[in-house]
Design a protein around this ligand. Sequence first.
Ligand code: SIN
Length: 246
Amino acid sequence: MWVFGYGSLIWKVDFPYEVRIPGYICGFVRRFWQGSHDHRGTPESPGRVVTLLPYSEWQTLSDRDFAVHQRADVCWGVAYKVAPKDEAWVRAHLDHREKNGYESFKVPVYHPLAGSDQPIVQNAMVYLAGIENEAFLGPETLDHMGVHIAHSRGPSGQNYEYLFGLYKSLKALVPDFPDEHVEQLTDRVVQALKDNHAFDPSMLENPKFDDALGELREMSIWTHERLQERLDFAHKLEQAEESLAA
Ligand code: SIN
């Protein structure tokens, strides 16, 4: 089983996996439009976390700060290969972690070194919170969302830590493909925290993420050979696992 993470699943990996490979999926726009009652906010005062909107659906909503989506419909993240022996546990764990409005779907994952007509993973599971779910908050201006995220907190911690974790991970993983929404929202949150005399530059250098960031940075400079090596390794594991199961 493969899992594709595009939000906290990029930088908060609390499940076992055998191989991880950076990649992107097509046809979706990443936005901080999902309410969080259980992690970065409360039922009375939900925080804002990311979900993916199918590009055609995003076009029907009014995204006030982005009339045109910058990078068509490409969303970067990380694909994880989970061993068959861990699948049931990981599935149950992620279903619970993503229970506040997310449902799982299957998507192909691509990598630029492999070409846009050749997915590196055919069917990765991705968690997406659709516009019909009860916790969906929907579009707001960046200024409004910035203040909201600066002030929300829930059982998993400050809402801004979630945004900053994603911001730092994407910068490490795909420095050449900035996510405009995440970057501009980070600027607004920093401003809101500064306005409240609550900003400290170390918030954007949290050592907690350093190990993971180092690894993500390394993935960002992979060569074609390195990607192939990783894909071959994943393929060999899959073959061995299939023959064990047969
Ligand atoms: C994901 O990271 O892939 C899903 C959204 C989240 O848990 O932040």
